[in-house]
Write a protein that binds this ligand. Sequence first.
Ligand code: GLP
Length: 251
Amino acid sequence: MNIVVAPTVEAAGELAAELLDEQLRAGEAIGVATGSTPLPVYDALARRQRDGADYARASAWALDEYVGLPAEHPQTYRATLRREFASRIGLLDANLHVPDGAAEDAQRAAADYESAIAARGIAVQLLGVGANGHIGFNEPGSAADSLTRVVDLAERTRRDNARFFEGRLEEVPTRAITQGVATILRARRLVLLAYGVAKADAVAALVEGAIGVHCPASFVREHGDVHMIIDPAAASRLSSTTVRIPEEAAR
Ligand code: GLP
């Protein structure tokens, strides 16, 4: 695993954009995430697109989607990814793929999404990490061989995400469709980002703790091509033997 401590969140976004740019230009499939973490990456890609990068042929595949929100709800991950990512980098809406969280049969929608991803193949998957060690919506307890499926959201995850629902916990869905751990690990390259002290424990557990279902993010260590880009605060609970924070980054 290649771990880089970037001096700022903006710099982390630039580094990740650098790792996605070539595949996007080449029209490959990239895996995209929601939440606050990928926003600096999307900002950096939008700047590159304004400066002439052509991403129109690429396709993007979401990690997850809430189950049960009406299709027109602004906090569905489809709406979020349209707003924060696709529309800003010139990606065609038809090339943005998200599990159908409004489907009558959510299990079926999950299985269909799994098949579509398996058929396409993801070149690079962008990942954030939950404070409890989740990736996508693979909460603690999720197995290494899990595939795309319907899951119940952990209470902590719902509380963390209530900020996107004007702080109203009761508005946050209780279920989601998520790519499984095995689905995510099938991507040829993983780019995992984390910032802030709130992620420091999750980062330490995923890098230095035991690999297991208590911390689904720890399974990324079994992947051969992982780039982890974190800020000094997220790196603050790593032992110094694992990672050295460059002096300019620590200031
Ligand atoms: C969310 C998403 C994840 C995301 C994580 C971290 O619930 N399902 O894909 O990586 O939690 O979110 P944030 O980046 O806002 O901290």
